[in-house]
Design a protein around this ligand. Sequence first.
Ligand code: ATP
Ligand code: MG
Length: 391
Amino acid sequence: MYQAFLIKYAEIGIKGKNRYKFEDALMKHIRHALKDVDGEFAVTKEAGRIYAEAKGEFDLEEAVEALKCVFGIAAICPLVRIEDRGYDDLKEQVVKYIDQVYPDKHFTFKVDARRSNKHYPVNSEQINRDLGEVILEAFPETKVDVHHPEVLLHVEVRSMINLYSVVIPGPGGMPVGTNGKAMLLLSGGIDSPVAGYMVAKRGVVLEATYFHAPPYTSERAKQKVVDLAKLVSRYSGPIKLHIVNFTDIQLYIYEQCPHEELTIIMRRYMMKIAEEIGKKNDCLALVTGESIGQVASQTIHSLAVTNEVCTMPVFRPVIGFDKQDIVDIALKIDTYETSIQPYEDCCTIFVAKHPVTKPNLQIIKRSERKLEEKIDELVQTAIDTEEVVWC
Ligand code: ATP
Ligand code: MG
């Protein structure tokens, strides 16, 4: 029955000049999201509104699921669009609409008509009253409630007449691409995919870097990260994933440095390399899934020492979240099941029994001096031999 969607977006922050950029980006993402849906759609903009109009049959549920992944959408309203064939025809169409959308007629309702076509012979007040009456007559089980209606039927009289009453919440946020690009440090865990999702939700394009340590980490562990990037990309759009071989760097640190400092030194090199790759790819910030106090490497002391190597801003969107809060988002965006698959991570392989929890920057820097001979070359090789997978 539906022929189109009315797509509503939040207007905060998109006044003036930026508005068309926002709308154009949103339309591009809507088109992209609907491409894989059964059916064909025309996405258009009309007087501060975005419509996705189906050219013929389409799969409603699939289309709604796809639109729920498009950041910037505040609400998705399946729409019936009718030609203006006179007032009596409108009344008939409204009864038909209610009948089809609400099999159970025990509900309260209100009609909310808007007449932007001022040539239409009946004003909005009158339309509200007349259509209310027609609905009550056709379905005596219904009741009018003008304050808290269960069904709010919108009747918009424009060049066509739009009917809608179902409002499905969208994901909110800003269209991806309206806010630059960042480099996500993506592991196979629960937190970093969520961190990526959150930053993408603010309109940021994502690239990602994953460090693996073959043969200590398996091909399957790598595939898991590719899978996670693909899951995040349903929201963020395509992600350029840089896969960096970290084995030689890790082994070298293991040989040269005190074992309780391994994690922190390793993390400093991860950040450095991710930043280096980020710079080459026009990223303006790094993103991690760190959360204060979650593990030894995420005490505030450790975070400060890790952060010290970075010159770009580092965004840690889940920094103040409890694990359960992060898990809830992972479940919502469907990355959780993949994240909990039990594959080894390069960080955990060389991990000491008692890692330092309050590292001292000067001591860490002193330990890193033992790496001077070979580390620059190893870092360069790691960067030069990166593998790129588009997810
Ligand atoms: P996650 O659930 O995201 O793996 P975590 O709780 O396991 O996080 P750590 O292993 O300390 O925490 O990692 C902290 C952050 O460092 C991760 O959220 C991620 O951003 C980054 N990170 C960790 N390991 C890797 C890796 N192998 N490749 C890329 N980034 C990594
Ligand atoms: Mg991890």
